[in-house]
Write a protein that binds this ligand. Sequence first.
Ligand SMILES: [Zn+2]
Length: 555
Amino acid sequence: MLFFFPTANSQQKYPQNYFRNPLDIPMILAGTFGELRTAHFHSGLDIKTQQKEGLKVYTAAEGYVSRIKISNWGYGKALYITHPNGYTTVYAHLKKFNKKIKNYIRKKQYQLEKSQIQLFPKKNELLITKDEVVAFSGSTGGFIAPHLHFEIRSSKTEKTINPMHFGLSPTDTKTPRILHLRAYSLNDSSHVNKSNISIPIPIKQMQSGNYTANKIKAYGTIGFGINTYDQLNGAFNKNGVYKIEMLVNGKTTYTHKVETFSFSESKYINLLIDYSHYANHKRKYQKTFIHPENKLSIIKRTKEKGYLTIKDGLDYQIVIKVSDFKGNISTLTIPIKGDKSQIVIKKDLKKTDNYINHLISNSFEKSGVKIDFSKNTFYDNFYLNFEVKDSVAKIHKPEIPLHKSYNLSFDVSNFNKKQKEKLYIARISNKKYFNYTTTYKTDSIFKTTTRSLGDYKLHSDTTKPKIDKCSFFTGQNLTKYRYLTIRVRDNLSGLKKYRGEIDGKWILMELNVKTNILTYNFNDKKLNKGKHTFTLLATDNVGNTCTFTSSFHTK
Ligand SMILES: [Zn+2]
């Protein structure tokens, strides 16, 4: 029997030198594993592609294509390759696939008449040999810059693993930076520097490169949060750090380490960061104490869970150690003096009629608007602000994290049938954008399900999608053209579906969400000589439809 004795990075758990760099340029990172993103942890490495698209993407090892996903958002064009050693590698935001894979996908797309598609090829269908070029890098999947998103997952559990543990770790000689520190008073009687609400604590960098905070006076149960990032050699991107550890008088009371996680736990990021501070100020503080509902596996649970109990008259030395994967460490030292006697600024708790006990379900109704939160929608109890003003339902501010979605419904019995057809429930962002939320309609009630607090209203969309910028003029000879492009947009409720046809038959038109341009590749089909009709049908989310028809010919 073999025993492995894990080192600090426990690399021995994972095969070394099995997976290669999927690009043939040195690996420079725009994003690291486990870094804090909006509502999730980054699940792989973002490998820079020299600001270009079309770089060859090699399979990291031999295997077979086990999954293909093509979506306008998220991973864009993505490829999953399963290897015989029990791991699956993922390649995302691709521009295109190699010929063999492309032909496989095209066939299915034409069969299903769908451009966005998810496929699970069988083991023997798309075999991949070592060093095979499987795709070309791109920027598909939304408003993102060109790069390759690369992941390594356990094929069995689908848990994603830090690729650096497999030896794919570029040079990194820079130490992490610690920019900001906040202190949190965690019960009614605790305080930090005369405050019972969370406050910033000034820190400074010393000559050694390490950081120190001004001495603070505190009492009771408190905790800390830091704003930090790491840079690697070769780029200025602010990446996530690998490990955060907190020591109280030399004893470790908190450890966060990004080695592996499952996608289902990713949403607990909202409990790891100071969510309301992020919602209001866009700066992410990573807390070094654990909320009781936080189920994240990347945090090691000590008895203290990162909470500090400061006693009157005693001195404490807190050290927060931040490291990158290569073991470059920055420390922040926080001296504390226990002082019970301070005059304290108390939390100004605004009580409303709408108290949320998060352990039970809570429903509220006002002026024809009803909200239903099932139990455990929230992580804490609080007073919810809820009012309906100028037909806008103001449901608190989006500064409290939700564990699951809630139902929101509007009474529509005062609208006539025609009006109701054009109405949808809109989430208002920046006071001027009326974003469509999937609206379920009955005669008297419109309902939606959402995971965001904020402003909502019934909004009317009476405008058809707009189709323009067709790449050819009526009757044009397109024999020598490889592509047909056209633009389609809908400003209010948004584009729900579109269908492009040549001579009445579905054609694959790929949507670029950055430009709203649809592209058809003439190589998809062999056209007979003569006149052809091109039609594009576009429908928005309330059913307004626009049809564009034109003709061209081929010789
Ligand atoms: Zn990524």
